[in-house]
Design a protein around this ligand. Structure first.
Ligand code: SF4
Length: 189
């Protein structure tokens, strides 16, 4: 059935094929969501601007589209998958290494899905782009323009509200002794 702008939903066999690909690449914990159910809010952008040390980096606001443009972006897809990654560690370096490996795997997954013919495949990373030791401060100076991707939060996604709709756990952590839940989103049509 055609939706917004005539966007067609994926056939069930296409969705099953994608889930098989996720499994083969080692992704086990994921859930489908209608992209129109992804909550995009202005307050998330304000939290980036006032409260995040990464504000201004090359794959972060203000180097990203406006919130209304982000809302429009999500409506241009028929399918989205939310991927959950969980870990408990108070070792900062270990946590960074863990996120970097996930980033590499997600970029590889996006490419595989693209090569299957899903030309719009686009992944939102579970943490800020970490391809370089020193991130540039604008898109033009980004060292890996082809590979860098934003996070869901960077595009204004209220991750708390969105993943809660799927029954995924999420809460504010008080310290590193608590288990982290990180979320990435793969958009497909
Ligand atoms: S590729 Fe490098 S410069 Fe570009 S956003 Fe990622 S860390 Fe920053």
């Amino acid at each position: 059935m055609a939706g917004y702008k005539g966007i067609m939903a994926l056939a069930e066999e296409d969705r099953s094929g994608l889930q098989e690909t996720f499994g083969k690449q080692g992704f086990r914990d994921f859930h489908w969501i209608d992209p129109t159910e992804i909550v995009v809010s202005q307050w998330v952008r304000l939290k980036c601007e006032f409260g995040c040390v990464d504000y201004g980096k090359a794959a972060c606001p203000p180097n990203l589209p406006s919130i209304s443009e982000c809302q429009e972006f999500f409506r241009e897809y028929s399918d989205a998958w939310v991927f959950r990654f969980t870990k408990k560690s108070d070792d900062t370096q270990q946590n960074k290494d863990w996120m970097k490996k996930i980033e590499t795997n997600l970029l590889s997954l996006e490419r595989e899905v693209f090569l299957k013919g899903h030309v719009k495949a686009f992944v939102l990373l579970a943490s800020n782009c970490s391809l370089c030791a020193d991130c540039a401060d604008n898109r033009e100076s980004c060292n890996h323009k082809r590979l860098a991707r934003p996070t869901p939060e960077g595009l204004g996604v209220d991750v708390f509200a969105t993943v809660s709709k799927l029954g995924f756990p999420i809460r504010v952590l008080k310290d590193h002794s608590e288990e982290m839940n990180r979320y990435a989103i793969l958009l497909v049509q």
